[in-house]
Every structure is written in structure tokens, then in C-alpha cells.
Design a protein around this ligand. Structure first.
Ligand code: IPE
Ligand code: IPE
Ligand code: MG
Length: 244
């Protein structure tokens, strides 16, 4: 179970990132798109290290959406192979760094080999507490909510849960992200200002940071800029400011 940690003043408990812009990064360099995806892994490794250093307890990254299956089959295959290879080469280092890895996404529509890989990574790193790295893979916010609704309905039909008992906490419990704190800060690289089916429920009160920087170029200084912007925000949650 995830325990909320105390974090330094102004530092988010949970940062989520829509890692966008790999293809355009490659295109600008007149390279095929997959070069951008490969360089994106380098940027991701750096972002994980940065979060650990900044004492951010949870990082969620959007790696592959339920809509990304509609890309050309060669690109989908490349991304699947890249994910597998990255896991195989990085998991020991992640373990040594104290990272606990979790997959957020639909586990029923990935291959058995992939599922085994995710479950092995989760089991191996389960006791690590420095940083939780959620990888949103085969993830769609709407699909996640439908999955939660079905699970709740199943429990109601089995009379394990009554209608009166259902509240926001019940829904939370049935999301892929059960027990995680909600994201405080969501960063989107790549210049677009949209949510693209990411953490629809969980980001209800997140602060957003949009940057034109393409994901492979996202470095410590841009991450620090996002954190500095976050630290200045007045999070009212519908209330009035403290000084009003
Ligand atoms: C993000 O980069 C990575 C994935 C969606 C897997 P893109 O591949 O979307 O890059 P752009 O947006 O086309 O530049
Ligand atoms: C969002 O990026 C998904 C990931 C980063 C994995 P997309 O490139 O798929 O989003 P759209 O298509 O621009 O909305
Ligand atoms: Mg994109």
C-alpha cells in the first residue's frame, strides 16, 4: 500500500507527464520517428533521476495510450520492442535506485509476454520506497473509468457492496491507480494543450504545465521550470485564498 510521504515545501507529491513530441523531434533532425522514441527513453531516465533527487515520491509517465494502437503497425511494433528492451536493460538500475515500478493500463489486451514482464518488474521492485514510477501503458482514462464501473457493478450484483456505500473513494479504489495520491502537477511537452485521455479522474484538481519543448529535449532545467511554476500556484480547490 502506498503511504503518503512528507515532501519539501512547494514540491508536488505526484508529478504526471505526457511525454509528447518524439516524432517531431526526429523529423526536425530529418531522422525517422523511431530515433525520437529512442531518445525519449534517455529523457525518461533523466526525469526519473531528477524526481528521486528532488524527493518527489510519485512520477507517472504516459508511455502508450489506448489510441496509440491506431498508428502504423511498424511504429506500434517498434514501441512495443522498445518497451521490452528498456525494461530488460534498466530494471536492475531502477531497483538499485530504490524505484518501485507499476503499470497503469489495461492488462487484458497486452500479450502474455508483456504482462509477464510487467508483473515481474512490479514484484521485483515492490519493496522499494524512494520513488514510485507508474508507467501508463496501454492506458486510456475512459477505459480505466469503464473498468472501475464494471468492477463496482460486479460487487453490487454479488451483494458485496451496496449502492449507498458507493462514493468517490469507492471509485478511486477501483482505478488502476488505486491508493496513489492524485497528481498535483501534470506536465505536457510537445506544444499541444490537451489531455489526450490521460488520468481523467485523477487530474480533476491538478495544476498543469504546458511546454513547447519536445520530450527528447526535456531536461533538468525545463523540469525545474515546471516545479518553479508549480510552487507559485495558489491551489484553491474551489475555496477562497487564505488571505481573503
Ligand atoms: C510521444 O511522442 C510518444 C508516444 C505517443 C508513444 P509522439 O510519437 O506522439 O511524437 P509526435 O507528437 O508525433 O511528435
Ligand atoms: C499522448 O500523446 C500519448 C502519449 C504521450 C503516450 P499523443 O501524441 O498520442 O496524443 P495526441 O494524439 O496528440 O492527442
Ligand atoms: Mg504526439
Amino acid at each position: 500500500m502506498f503511504r503518503t510521504k512528507s515532501v519539501p515545501e512547494g514540491i508536488p507529491q505526484h508529478v504526471a507527464i505526457i511525454m509528447d513530441g518524439n516524432g517531431r523531434w526526429a523529423k526536425r533532425k530529418l531522422l525517422p520517428r523511431y530515433f525520437g522514441h529512442r531518445q525519449g527513453v534517455v529523457a525518461l531516465k533523466n526525469a526519473v533521476r531528477f524526481c528521486a533527487k528532488q524527493q518527489i515520491p510519485v512520477l507517472t509517465v504516459y508511455a502508450f495510450s489506448t489510441e496509440n494502437w491506431f498508428r502504423p503497425p511498424e511504429e506500434v511494433q517498434f514501441l512495443m520492442d522498445l518497451m521490452t528492451k528498456t525494461f530488460q536493460t534498466e530494471i536492475d538500475e531502477l531497483y538499485r535506485e530504490g524505484v518501485c515500478v507499476k503499470m497503469l493500463g489495461d492488462r487484458n489486451t497486452i500479450t502474455k509476454a508483456q504482462l509477464d514482464l510487467w508483473e515481474a518488474a512490479e514484484d521485483y521492485t515492490r519493496s522499494n520506497t524512494r520513488l514510485t514510477l507508474n508507467v501508463a501503458f496501454n492506458y486510456g482514462g475512459r477505459k480505466e473509468i469503464v473498468h472501475a464501473v464494471k468492477s463496482i457493478a460486479t460487487q453490487v450484483l454479488a451483494e458485496e457492496l451496496s449502492l449507498e456505500e458507493i462514493d468517490e473513494n469507492t471509485v478511486n479504489r477501483f482505478l488502476y491507480s488505486a491508493e496513489m495520491p492524485n497528481p498535483d502537477l501534470v506536465i505536457r511537452t510537445g506544444g499541444d494543450w490537451r489531455i489526450s485521455n490521460f488520468l481523467l479522474w485523477q487530474s480533476a484538481y491538478a495544476e498543469w504545465f504546458f511546454t513547447d519543448v519536445l520530450w527528447p529535449d526535456f531536461d533538468d532545467s525545463e523540469f525545474a521550470r515546471a516545479l518553479a511554476s508549480y510552487a507559485k500556484r495558489d491551489r484553491r480547490f474551489g475555496r477562497l485564498s487564505e488571505n481573503e
